[in-house]
Design a protein around this ligand. Structure first.
Ligand SMILES: [Zn+2]
Length: 254
């Protein structure tokens, strides 16, 4: 398995931190987790054609995690127009709930009503476990502000990785991270941030991952108010394993 951190920022992107997105490669499968601002171009920088994605897993429908979803779907339609044939691949878009409705709504907002009838893009709600030939994915549903958000745990080749999405400390993230090799965690908040019940802070990340026996933590989803904080050191105060400060385009093999 290989993971590339496409975007480690949040909604307000800057030159170093694009909107959230992660490319997970398992054998010949290319899976995108979240499609924040800039993800389409980041894939192209990696020489990964967004048309070749097998599936997209949206953690939740907040804009910072889904702004490039329409762009990625739309480019397949453009190829269809020029080739006069169906896109080469079906695209499966997973999410916590109302995923097909999200696709339909995007089509309406951007004046492409026919999008809701395209058979080659399917929105699928995912809660719990789903097995594929090469991997298993399990979605853990958590409350995040005004939406349900999915935490995704992928297992393949005897390894496990978790993408926390946006989550406060709760049972979902505690269960999802049990004994994983890598946990990509929502580091929106420093330990000194005002508790917001929406995102974990570094103190909570350490507590969750220490209790879950996580091997390696990768911090992501940064906010500019914390750029001057040593988030890695804060997590290390309560966590014995390896802690990495995620960076856009960082590649991690496991
Ligand atoms: Zn977010």
């Amino acid at each position: 398995m290989k993971i590339t951190l496409l975007g480690t920022g949040s909604f307000i992107a800057d030159l170093k931190h694009g909107g959230p997105g992660y490319l997970l490669e398992i054998n010949d499968k290319k899976i995108l987790i979240d499609a924040g601002s800039g993800v389409q171009q980041k894939l192209l920088q990696l020489d990964v054609n967004p048309d070749d994605l097998d599936a997209i897993y949206i953690t939740h429908q907040h804009a910072d995690h889904a702004t490039d979803l329409f762009a990625i779907i739309f480019r397949r339609f453009i190829n269809y127009l020029s080739d006069k044939k169906e896109p080469k691949k079906e695209l499966f878009v997973y999410g916590p709930r109302d995923t097909q409705k999200l696709i339909d709504d995007l089509g309406k907002v951007f004046k492409l009503e026919s999008m809701s009838g395209w058979k080659w893009v399917q929105g699928i709600d995912l809660d719990g476990e789903k097995d594929f030939d090469d991997f298993t994915v399990e979605a853990f549903q958590v409350e995040h502000l005004n939406v349900v958000s999915n935490i995704y745990r992928f297992e393949a080749e005897g390894k496990a990785i978790v993408f926390s999405g946006d989550t406060p400390k709760n049972k979902g993230i505690e269960d999802a991270t049990k004994n994983v090799d890598i946990a990509i965690m929502d580091a929106s908040n420093s330990k000194d941030s005002v508790p917001d019940k929406v995102h974990t802070n570094t103190f909570e990340i350490a507590e969750i991952c220490q209790n879950s026996c996580v091997k390696k933590i990768v911090l992501s989803h940064f906010r500019s108010i914390n750029y001057d904080k040593d988030l890695v050191a804060e997590v290390k105060e309560g966590f014995d394993g390896e802690v990495i400060l995620g960076e856009d385009m960082m590649e991690i093999e496991l």
